[in-house]
Design a protein around this ligand. Structure first.
Ligand code: RFL
Ligand code: PHB
Length: 391
């Protein structure tokens, strides 16, 4: 079998890449080891940068996003018993962010690829990549029906997330990893209750960080900083709501509670593996880098990577020139490192670190005070949060 670009992983990176390539007349095959239903239900990101929304509009993927997405012109930062608003429209010349769940983006992308006749295979197993330094790399896998396939490609895109097989297929010693673990995790819940806020609340509290976000006008999403080794069984619903009530408490404001229908604990990590290329294998999205979710950058970075990669692969196909493909890793990494810095900074400013002494905790409060009282400092937060311009 033959395709131009073999794509491993039907997350946002792999699916969007196949769509962007199709728009340029390049055929691809996406292989995914989970079921379609699983990919469409996996609770993850919810916040899209201004540039991500505009890109999805440009490539005709924003019909439902425009109808159902919730446009936000700012966020709240809560600390030391007060809640402060940052007005992104004012600070960034009218730019905004949009709440539209990753589950919905994935549903839209899968529906569109199938409607356009795209090749998409779910529930495959035994994914392997070979011949990466030749000009005919091979993607092999076993179909849901048990048939082993070998697909000869011009290039392979490793969009298979942090735990995928593509990054580990690169010979040891060729990749440089820069990473950082955080001494806590996030417990995330989705609840059937209208959000108690019009815009997201990022909350620094002596008990730990908390975030109030949302999915729709009827569904709230909330996160709590918890110890890294906590198990979800230790968090019955009453304990979760109790912790959220304590952390968000503000005179005259009420946090509404409702039935929780999804809860999970996620570790926090910063990770960059470079270069994002080995021969004809190109890594994109979480396969190459991870950020802690405090800056809401993971999904947006995956989109930014494949935007660059699709253009580079298209140039290679139409002109035979490798120039943009050779620049892919360096181009993507410039944005990635700035998002790493921003995500690390937001995380460091808002969480309780067990090792912090009183002096360091006082510095965090001074930083928050500065960010909410200086126009220069709040502009720096705002322009990173709504998303730096594409290259
Ligand atoms: P994904 O979404 O992990 O997709 C990878 C796909 O590859 C498949 N796969 C394989 N397929 C075939 N063969 C194999 N051997 C395979 N191994 C793996 C997997 O099943 C999967 O379908 O990576 P991608 O496409 O790079 O997308 C990245 C985003 O999913 C991720 O960065 C974001 O969800 C991060 N994130 C957030 N990002 C934002 O931009 N804004 C947010 O508000 C935000 N909030 C979050 C987040 C991530 C979170 N968690 C759970 C990690 C909140 C949370 C709690
Ligand atoms: C989410 O809506 O799930 C979300 C939003 C902002 C973040 C992290 C998660 O920083």
């Amino acid at each position: 079998m033959r395709t131009q670009v073999g794509i491993v992983g039907a997350g946002p990176a792999g699916l969007l890449l196949s769509h962007l390539l199709a728009l340029r007349g390049i055929d691809s095959l996406v292989v995914e080891d989970r079921s379609r239903a699983y990919c469409e239900a996996r609770q993850r990101a919810g916040l899209l940068e201004d540039g991500t929304v505009k890109l999805l509009r440009e490539v005709d993927l924003a019909q439902r996003l425009d109808a159902e997405g919730l446009e936000h012109g700012g966020i709240y930062l809560q600390f030391a018993g007060e809640r402060h608003h940052l007005d992104f429209r004012d600070l960034t010349g009218g730019r905004t962010v949009t709440i539209y769940a990753q589950t919905e983006i994935v549903k839209d992308l899968i529906a569109r690829r199938l409607a356009d006749g795209g090749a998409l295979e779910f529930e495959i197993s035994g994914t392997a990549v070979a011949g990466l330094t030749t000009d005919r790399p091979v993607l092999s896998y076993t179909t849901a029906g048990g048939e082993r396939r070998e697909v000869v490609c011009d290039a392979i895109a490793g969009c298979d997330g942090f735990h995928g097989i593509c990054r580990p297929s690169i010979p040891p010693g060729l990749l440089t990893v820069r990473d950082r673990d955080y001494p806590y995790a996030w417990l995330g819940i989705t609840a059937e209750v209208p959000p108690s806020t019009d815009e997201l609340i990022y909350n620094r509290h002596p008990d730990g960080f908390a975030l109030h976000t949302m999915r729709t006008p009827q569904v709230s999403r909330l996160y709590l900083q918890v110890p890294p080794d906590d198990r979800i069984e230790a968090w019955p619903d009453e304990r979760i709501w109790g912790a959220l009530q304590r952390r968000f408490a503000l005179p005259g404001w009420e946090l509404k509670e409702g039935p929780i229908f999804d809860k999970a604990i996620t570790p926090m990590r910063s990770f960059v593996s470079s270069p994002m290329r080995y021969g004809r294998l190109f890594l994109a999205g979480d396969a190459a880098h991870i950020v802690p979710p405090t800056g809401a950058k993971g999904l947006n970075l995956a989109v930014a990577d494949v935007r660059v990669l699709a253009a580079a692969l298209a140039e290679r196909c139409s002109t035979g020139s490798d120039e943009r493909l050779r620049a892919y890793s360096a181009t993507a990494l410039r944005r990635i490192w700035k998002a790493q810095r921003f995500s690390w900074w937001m995380t460091s400013m808002l969480h309780q670190f067990p090792e912090n002494n009183v002096y360091q905790r006082r510095l965090q409060l001074a930083e928050l005070d500065y960010v909410t009282s200086s126009r220069a400092a709040s502009t720096a937060l705002a322009e990173n949060y709504v998303g730096l311009p594409f290259e």
